[in-house]
Ligand binder design. Structure first.
Ligand code: PEP
Ligand code: MN
Length: 338
């Protein structure tokens, strides 16, 4: 961290300030020139609150040089993290991990039929929300426990990895019994108590980016899970809210190479929530694969128009089949399998 002190700061005040930082365990390098009083703070500054530094009346400016996230950063862990779920490896140079399924779990039969279909098309994961974070309290809220149990039944019968959203820590035991990958939804990305509780489990966590969060805030949320003891984090970009209204959210493709540069964690793209429109899902999926993502999570339903939630962004079986064929070709071009 670099700290610039105000011009009029007295030598004794500078000494006292340096002592304050040294007492916190930091080494201070004086980089002052004739015009500027500059201090370099050396050590693990992730624990140093920049707001606290700026609150000193003698401080003009303070800037971080190192990232505030530590364990998720590429410099801390240069090799790609590979998350293993039931023998399937996600991340690194492993085949893409593609997840298909309905927004919400509806009936057990429908879930099973969809699971068989997406698996036959080449997907290794089945999605389905049992606890749904709906904007309206009057909208379908999900089947709850019974939906979680359907996912487990279908997973065992079909042989597919399940992904479902967990909204509160009291459901951890239920999820540990029934679900393979726990999804933290956009709305809960900064629910730090939930993140800390998930950090105490061994479950793979699919951490979605909040719709108004910066990449740094998203990575700090991943840091919460890892710092609490669980290294099995998979990032999921699902677009952010911008001024654009043609799409539900805005997906910045550059997030993929950026995440690869900043961190060692796998990244999966959700083209369904990113666009909100089913006719945009295929193109965004293919572009994401070309940009180097580690997988996709796509909403699929045999009859999207009657889906309990998110029908407008849900693709049908034919579209999913076509998408998977094209995805396989693009993946091959960049040296990845599906
Ligand atoms: C979902 O995956 O169904 C969902 C609610 O996603 P998000 O949290 O990204 O809005
Ligand atoms: Mn949805």
């Amino acid at each position: 961290m670099i700290i610039q002190l105000k011009k009029e700061t007295k030598p004794q005040e500078i000494k006292d300030f340096i002592k304050y930082l040294e007492n916190k365990g930091y080494q201070i390098k004086d980089a002052s020139s004739q015009d500027l009083t500059l201090l370099g703070v050396i050590g693990d500054t992730s624990k140093l609150d920049i707001g606290n530094i700026l609150s000193f009346s003698i401080v003009e400016e303070a800037h971080r040089i190192a990232t505030p996230f530590k364990q998720v950063s590429r410099s801390f862990h240069p090799l790609d993290t590979v998350v293993e779920v039931k023998g399937i490896k996600i991340g690194g140079n492993n085949p893409l991990f593609i997840i298909g399924g309905p927004c919400s779990v509806e009936t057990c039969d429908l879930l099973k039929e969809t699971a068989i279909f997406v698996k036959e098309s080449g997907a290794k994961g089945l999605r389905g929300g049992a606890y749904k974070p709906r904007t309206s309290p009057y909208a379908f809220q999900g089947l709850g426990t019974i939906g979680v149990e359907y996912l487990n039944t279908v997973s065992n019968e079909v042989g597919i990895i399940t992904v479902s959203e967990i909204m509160s820590s009291d459901k951890i035991p239920e999820f540990e019994k029934n679900i393979d990958i726990f999804q933290v939804g956009a709305r809960n990305m900064q629910n730090y108590e939930l993140l800390k509780a998930l950090g105490k489990t061994k479950a793979p966590i699919l951490l979605k980016r909040g719709f108004s969060n910066t990449i740094e805030e998203w990575l700090m949320s991943a840091e919460y899970i890892i710092a609490s003891g669980n290294p099995n984090v998979i990032l999921c970009e699902r677009g952010i809210r911008t001024f654009e209204t043609y799409t539900r959210n805005t997906l910045d493709i550059s997030v993929i190479p950026l995440i690869k540069k900043l961190t060692h964690l796998p990244i999966i793209i959700d083209p369904s929530h990113a666009t909100g429109k089913r006719d945009l899902v295929e193109a965004v999926s293919l572009a994401s694969i070309a940009a180097g993502c580690d997988g996709l999570i796509i909403e699929v339903h045999p009859h999207p128009e009657v889906a309990y939630s998110d029908g407008a962004q849900t693709i049908n079986y034919d579209s999913f089949k076509t998408l998977m064929k094209k995805a396989t070709k693009i993946a091959k071009v960049i040296g990845r399998g599906v």
